[in-house]
Write a protein that binds this ligand. Sequence first.
Ligand code: GRF
Length: 199
Amino acid sequence: MNFAVLASGHGSNLQAIINAARAGRIKADLKVVISDKKDAYALKRALRAKIPAIYINPHDFSDRESFDRALAGHLRKFKIDFVVLAGYMRLLSRYFIRQYPNKILNIHPSLLPAFKGLHGTKDAFDYGVKVTGPTVHFVIDEVDAGMIVLQEPVRIEAKDTLETLERKIHKAEHRIYPKAIDLFARGKLKIIGRKVAIV
Ligand code: GRF
């Protein structure tokens, strides 16, 4: 199986995925990394790992779908079977999601369905929950609402600040995302309604 990572930012999850693939912990080939941000550090990480890195400029397109058609064109060239979002900040069009039905994974930094949206870590911290943590889920045509693959609880201690909590969540993300990708690549995830069984 061939996969692509889409990333807009720092790319620490991308790095965890590259490392896991190198170590044989992901049985699939990461063929290309694509970003909508020219200066995304994720692109540098890809190049350093000798993985093709592509920047697509959103300003070259009149709407979301035409951007996504260009994106899908690149993925077709690399014969991509499934797509991994790792800090990808653009909403995907319905068109794109239909191209890869139940073949797009995302990671979100809170225990979904709690604290959906752009600030999952801060919202959980400010709310005062005692446990939060990342969720890997399939992408459907509703933001942060897809079927849940893996979650890892992270305790919020009295001494935690938003920064220490972010660090703990990132570490947990780097553990569960490669694991989820490998399960998917090996055909071990079975979607039954809203539930994902590991078979
Ligand atoms: C992660 O916290 C992830 O949960 C969210 O975006 C962040 C990406 O971080 N979707 P990085 O770019 O992988 O370091």
